[in-house]
Each structure stands twice: as C-alpha cells, then as structure tokens.
Design a protein around this ligand. Sequence first.
Ligand SMILES: Nc1ncnc2c1ncn2[C@@H]1O[C@H](COP(=O)(O)OP(=O)(O)OP(=O)(O)O)[C@@H](O)[C@H]1O
Length: 507
Amino acid sequence: MVPPQSTLTILGGFEKKAVQKVQRVLPQWLAQPNLVQRDIKKNLIPIGDVPGICPKLLTKLQSNGIQHFFPVQAELIPAVLESALLGLLIGRGGYRPRDICVSAPTGSGKTLAFVIPVVQALLEPVICEVRVLAVLPTKELAQQVCKVFHTYTDGTGLKVVMVAGQKSFAVEQASLVQNITGGCRSLADIVVATRAGWSITLIKLPDSASRQLRYLIIDEADRMIDSMHQDWLNYVVKEVYRAQEAWSTARFFRRAEPGPVTAASLWQPQMPLQKLMFSATLTQNPEKLQQLGLHQPRLFTSAHSRSSVSLTQHPFPLVLQEYYVPCNLNNKPLILLHFLLRLKFNPVLCFTNSREASHRLYLLVRSYGGVAAAEFSSRLSPNERKKTLKEFEQGKIQLLISTDATARGIDVDGVKCVINYDAPQFIRTYVHRVGRTARAGKAGLAFTLLLGVQERNFLQMLRDAGSPGVQKQLIRHENLKPLIPQYENALEELHSIIKEERATKYT
Ligand SMILES: Nc1ncnc2c1ncn2[C@@H]1O[C@H](COP(=O)(O)OP(=O)(O)OP(=O)(O)O)[C@@H](O)[C@H]1O
C-alpha cells in the first residue's frame, strides 16, 4: 500500500530538488543594446553616407585621409548629433537627451566617434564658453585626444585647452579664463583634462568655467567607475548645477538639476548635461553603472550577440592573434631576445608588472646589445616619457619595455606585436595591453609568457572574457641555446649596474 503523502514538512527532511538557476534580469538598455560590428574592414561606411555631418567637417575628414567611418563611428555620430538637433538647448516640450555608453574594442576609433559630433554641435554658434569637458585617466591620453580635437577644430574658431594638473594653478587658470572688468571670460570651448587636473581647477575657478557645460565625455570610463569612491563625477555634476543657480535667475535659460519631468519643469528651455562614456572594457554590471547617474542611457556595444547577454565578456579586436608561450623564470629573457633577434619582431611593446621589473629587463636587454630598447614607466619624467613615445612612434626604438602606463588608450601606429613578459592579473589589463596592436582593422600579434603555475588561471580568465581563442606557441630550447653565452655576460653586467645604482641611491 502506498502511504498518503504528508503535507507537513519534516524538519531536516528536505527533498532533493535541482535548484533552478536564477537568470539575471537586466534593464532593457543593457539587455537590448545597439550592436556595433567588430569587423572594421567589412563594415566601413563612406563618410558621406552618415547623415548630419556638415560640409566643413567632411572636408576636414577627407583632408586627414579619412574616406570611411568605422562601425562605432557610423553608429555613434548620428546618435549624438540627433540629441543636438534643437541646438544645444532643449526647448519646451523637448526631451532631455539620453546619456550614451559605448563598449567597443581597442583601436576601433572611439575617439573620432565623439570628436566629430561634439565639434559639430559647438559650431553653431561659436560662443567661447566651456561646453565640452573630456576627461581621461593620464596626461599622455589627454594629449592624444587633445591633438584630435585640435585637428578638427582648426580654423573653426573653437578653442581647445588641456588641463593636466601639472602646471601651477595660476598658469592653468590663465589658459582657461581671462579676468576682465566686471568678471571674467572663458578662453576655451573644449577642455581636455585629466581627472586630477579638472578637479583642482574646478574647485578654484569661477562658476563661468562650468555653467555652459553641455557634454561630459569620459574616456576609459571603467577606470572612472573604479574610482567612484572618490565621488569625482558627482562632484563635477553638482558644480555644474551649482553654477547655474546664481546665473540662471538673471537669464532666460535655466538649468535645474534633473528631476521628474513635470509641466512646470518643461515650460522653460533647458540646458542639459549629456554624459558620453567610452571604454573597451566597460562593465555591464547594472549596479556599477548605476553609480554614474546616467539619464535613460543607451548602450552601443560590440560585446554582445543577439543570442547571449554576458556581464563578463569584453569585445576583442577581430584581427588580433593571441598566443601564450610556456616558459620558466630562467628562459623568459631568452624568449624575449629570441623574438627580437631571431624572429625579427619589430616594433615590440613589452609589458611587465612593475617599474622595477621594466627597469631591470631594460638594463638586461641593453647589456645584451643588438636591440634598440627603451623603458617607459613612472621612473621617467613627463618630458622623457613624451620623447620616448615619439621615438617609438618614429621607429627609432625597436623594443619598448613598459609598465601599464602605456596599456590604456595610447595609439602608436604600427605596433605589430605586444608581449606580456609578465602575465597580467586582470582581464581588463590584458584587453588594454594587447589592444595596443591590431588597431584600426590592421593585423596584430599578442604573446603572453606564462609560467607553469599561471597557465590554468590565465586560460580560464580569457575563456570567461570571451576571447576568440589563444593558441599555444612552444619555443624549443635549441632555438634559445645560441643566445646563452652572451646572455650570461649580460646577466653579470646587469648585476654590477644594479649594485652601482643601489650604491648611488643610498649615498
Ligand atoms: N575612420 C577612420 N579611418 C581611418 N583611421 C581611423 C578612423 N578612425 C580612427 N582611425 C585611426 O584608428 C586608430 C585607433 O583609433 P582610436 O585611438 O580612436 O581607438 P580607440 O577605440 O579609442 O582605442 P582604445 O580603446 O585603445 O583607446 C587611430 O590611429 C585613428 O587615427
């Protein structure tokens, strides 16, 4: 006889049921983003086919050798221009423009994707007030973006100023505002700043520096989210609206901190502050993105496919070939020398995990001889760093040994090969490092030297991130053997150089 089923739950007598996996429900803007093609070469769009770009900028693009837009540019330029259709102000009954997040591979042309629409939006009329603030994590990146802004504003009357927080406040202030009787006037339309530079400047500058701010561009936005505990972004936004309070009472235009849309809030034209966020490794974690205080955001991404939504995947350049090279601590430097001297890789950007490791490796390669090498890290002064990057770009340096100081955003044309001499610990570091090659649709190689104990975790990290596949590359001992005698001499020389350096440091 079958006993009747009890409706009572017996304590401790839980049934063994397969637990249903909880499917994460993403907000619609993350779950259904605008997809950006990763294959640059197959998706080039003639510049004339992208609607809304003025003839002046089309001519400038052509004279800079740009005939086609890359996919991220073709998607983004119309989207940003659309939000400025009614001019920089939003009129009665108009909507506040939606903030924009872009997650596209390294080297996919994100810089031009914001420079073109923003410059066009400022052209009519040119009024010389800070209306664009572009924030970047390092001085080198700020210089790079500044150069692109200069190219496309040249001859338009728009002024671009860089604020890196490295000159005295008086000098930086003088580049931004000029004191005149009864107040001051702005000397910049577009400010390209490092975070430190702008925060310091904002604290001390008069309100005029931020009262007309229309676009806040944050490149490498994931770095910004990392430092959100410093509340930098909220501070900038607060300053922008604080500046309005005194100003707007006397003017027709008003700028109130965004709140619910009501009949009252729509009656006066508004000056919106639109955030444009860019990264190759933008998190798609809603909790983290929420800290950015985005307004009805739109996501443009290459990291999704229509069938899957993942929070951990990053978009890799399609033309990048990834390899890992098993090694041990003894043959690591020999493998690097083999790549340069035997396989003739040139130019090579090589990453280590610390400035001391970069310095030692540089000294070793220099002692070995036969390779034009240089180091790049915070050991160098800003001017030395600038000079080194320039020489690398000009092809005078065959091997640049660097810390992660060059891992992000730096665009050096013609880097054919990246070598991770020290394996990166985080996937984002990996994506940015290898992204210094395979840029703008050109082929590139990335090698990561892995000790036996690192292999499993590293390969798992890449699989989780959606890497299209990293291949194993074995270097046989016979290939390294001929390098050993000279290498041993170089090691001895290295020891004495380091001894000398230590002695001078402590005397
Ligand atoms: N439409 C285009 N036609 C030809 N070259 C282009 C075009 N757009 C950008 N480039 C070039 O492609 C390279 C990469 O562009 P950019 O530095 O903007 O990439 P990115 O997406 O910002 O990369 P990262 O994520 O590493 O910062 C640059 O050298 C740039 O001049």
